[in-house]
Design a binder for this molecule. Structure first.
Ligand code: GAR
Length: 225
């Protein structure tokens, strides 16, 4: 008999409104994704994600970076608490901090981030503005495994959209957000199903090394041509 648990234990890190976390919560409630939330952690006491977690009965944690002497001390404390939560997967859903390599190392391959650009383009902030300023015709979002390099770990999957003439920074961000939600839910579902893994810096999908990120198309993730 398999000893594999039914539900993957997930902790979420979020600094802001929490719409990506809300999408995961909804997917779990609908029975689409076999996960259990063990913690939502934030560096901001007023993060919307915390209020969402509380109303869903998910334990929360706030650590204020100003209470720690430096980034390393904060990150070691935060990641210590994440380990204590029993999480098997950490999801960065709008967590707007760079993480110390020492805190991160034990989680490599078990921690993902959603970023609003077609990585490796536009790591860091203001991704929508930078795509518009560059005259790009296409924009999108990526989910990647987290490494010590900012927005730099191996990309698991992406969703693409065409930039329209009417798009300004806000309109583009608004149009991308629902696509981000679908992308993140699909990736977490495939991790929970045991389909995705990181081996030697390479994303494995169904036991096969991916040459390019998976693409989210209409109703699911597909292997890119
Ligand atoms: C999302 O757009 C996410 O891609 C971005 O922050 C937003 C959080 O929204 N993350 C990053 O920029 C990380 N580099 P949410 O709080 O509504 O999920």
């Amino acid at each position: 008999m398999s000893t594999r648990k039914q539900h993957l234990r997930v902790a979420v890190l979020a600094s802001g409104r929490g719409s990506n976390f809300a999408a995961l919560l909804l997917a779990r409630e609908c029975g689409d994704v076999p996960i259990e939330f063990v913690l939502v952690a934030s560096d901001k006491a007023n993060a919307g994600a915390l209020a969402l977690a509380e109303s869903a009965g998910v334990p929360t944690l706030v650590l204020d970076p100003r209470d720690y002497p430096d980034r390393r001390a904060f990150d070691l404390a935060l990641f210590g608490r994440l380990a204590e939560s029993g999480a098997e997967l950490l999801v960065m859903a709008g967590f707007m901090r760079i993480i110390d390599g020492e805190a991160l190392t034990p989680w490599i391959g078990r921690m993902i981030n959603i970023h609003p650009s077609l990585l490796p383009k536009y790591r860091g902030l203001h991704t929508h503005r930078r795509a518009l300023e560059a005259g790009d015709r296409e924009h999108g979002a990526s989910v990647h495994y987290v490494t010590a390099e900012l927005d730099g770990g191996p990309v698991i999957a992406q969703v693409r959209m065409t930039i329209e003439p009417e798009d300004d920074e806000q309109r583009l961000a608004q149009r991308l957000l629902p696509l981000e939600h679908r992308l993140l839910v699909a990736v977490v579902a495939d991790i929970a199903a045991g389909k995705l893994a990181l081996e030697h810096d390479t994303v494995q999908f169904d036991g096969r090394a991916l040459a390019q990120p998976l693409q989210w198309l209409d109703d699911g993730l597909v292997i890119a041509d």
